[in-house]
Design a binder for this molecule. Structure first.
Ligand code: SAH
Length: 392
């Protein structure tokens, strides 16, 4: 049966924007299972219809109600009238020489955010954003220079994984291409707690993306109260941006440390592991030449972490226009890693990926404003210069 002819594409084309001036129809990509069940009930249907809907959305990658052929026509019409499936729009897509892909996605007329896919032999990692810009102001991060624009909605966070799945498809043999999702793109995920938690639930839900909890990583700069809240809510892999072994230096690099110093942060991390029965926290440590890369600093870091469920991931600093730091030499990074290992801490070095398209850690959004403006024209540029929090 030709559903399009039956229902008319204009009325049920799921990705269509809400009627101008009308109330915003809920975006199904923003609803975790329980909320989707309530929505079905609210539309006069049975809660188990949510399972069918999720199957279409997340297993079949279908965003058109008219194609959801095992749902009653009447229910499909109800959905089309009262709900929508809306995806972030792709502004540009780029592919690096090492296979890393980066997409610029539209948040609204003048703002955009990025996601990056990093293929490796044994896994495929999608790095997604949780905010447009960031308010945390870490000294070495290019996203910080953009300032903060707004939180992404749950649907925009989930929509990134949905979209990447559609763009990348499946490997020959039906294997999934995205095996890991990391919240390490733009933004501080714990500063957008309300929208991030339902997104995490959809990533883990077996009716959603069905990812393993160890393959969904939330990276935070250290919002201590929210780490305690997270411990009450959900079990995912926790990564923490530590970057310094002492408070004086960390407060300079990661200003939130002035509010929540290292000792408090580490207590919250161990609590998370205890509460969620987790394996370990990954501490990210960006290698900045002459700033935090001395062997004595490695030994101090080892003293903080040895004997705790901790791993350290050393990230070679990625430069961006206007950066005041330089990347540590390979020799300094190797020495730092070896000191940590000698001090009883598991340590690895993150390979830099996608740097020829500015897709590496901390490079996201460095030139987004320019690129967006170029794509969206002079009107958007004028609007943007009036928006608060986006001055470079
Ligand atoms: N706001 C979250 C996620 C952001 S980015 C957080 O702070 O954890 C993911 C990682 O990249 C963080 O550890 C961040 O500190 C690091 N990073 C930021 N800028 C970087 C740069 N220029 N080079 C290398 N790593 C960087």
């Amino acid at each position: 049966m030709n559903m399009e002819a039956l229902a008319g594409p204009a009325s049920v084309r799921a990705a269509a924007p809400p009627a101008p001036g009308g109330p915003e129809r809920p975006n199904l990509l923003g609803l975790a299972r329980a909320e989707l069940e309530s929505l079905c009930v609210g539309l006069g249907s049975k809660p188990f219809r949510a399972r069918q809907l999720m199957h279409w959305l997340y297993k079949r990658g279908c965003d058109r109600f008219e194609s959801m052929s095992d749902l009653a026509l009447e229910f499909r019409a109800q959905l089309a009238e009262h709900a929508q499936v809306r995806l972030p729009e792709i502004v540009t897509a780029q592919r690096a020489s090492d296979g890393t892909c980066k997409w610029l996605l539209r948040a609204d007329r003048s703002q955009a955010f990025e996601m990056v896919y990093i293929p490796e032999s044994d896994r495929g990692t999608l790095c997604i954003s949780s905010q447009v810009g960031c308010a945390l102001d870490c000294a070495f991060c290019s996203t910080a220079q953009q300032g903060f624009n707004r939180n992404l909605s749950t649907a925009e966070i989930v929509g990134q994984v949905w979209l990447a799945n559609r763009e990348l498809g499946f490997q020959a043999g039906g294997e999934r291409i995205i095996t890991n999702v990391v919240l390490m793109g733009m933004g501080e995920p714990l500063a957008n707690f309300r929208n991030v938690i339902p997104a995490l639930r959809i990533f883990l839900d077996d009716l959603g993306f069905d990812l393993s909890r160890r393959r969904v990583t939330l990276s935070t700069s250290g919002l201590v109260p929210q780490i305690y809240r997270l411990a009450q809510e959900i079990n995912v892999a926790l990564a923490v941006s530590l970057h310094a072994p002492d408070d004086a230096l960390r407060s300079r690099l990661v200003p939130i440390n002035r509010l929540h110093p290292i000792a408090e942060l580490l207590e919250a991390c161990w609590h998370y592991i205890d509460e969620q029965n987790g394996r370990s926290v990954t501490f990210e440590y960006v290698m900045l030449e002459g700033v935090n890369d001395a062997p004595a600093q490695a030994r101090a870091l080892a003293r903080l972490l040895a004997g705790h469920p901790a791993k350290v991931n050393l990230i070679p600093f990625n430069a961006f226009p206007g950066a005041q730091f330089r990347r540590s030499s390979d020799a300094a990074i190797a020495r730092f890693r070896d000191e940590l290992i000698r001090g009883g801490v598991i340590a690895t070095v993150r390979r830099t990926r996608g740097d020829d398209i500015d897709a590496a850690c901390g490079q996201l959004v460095g030139r987004v404003i320019d690129r967006t403006v170029v794509r969206l024209g002079a009107k958007a540029a004028a609007a943007q210069s009036r928006s608060p929090g986006v001055e470079a």
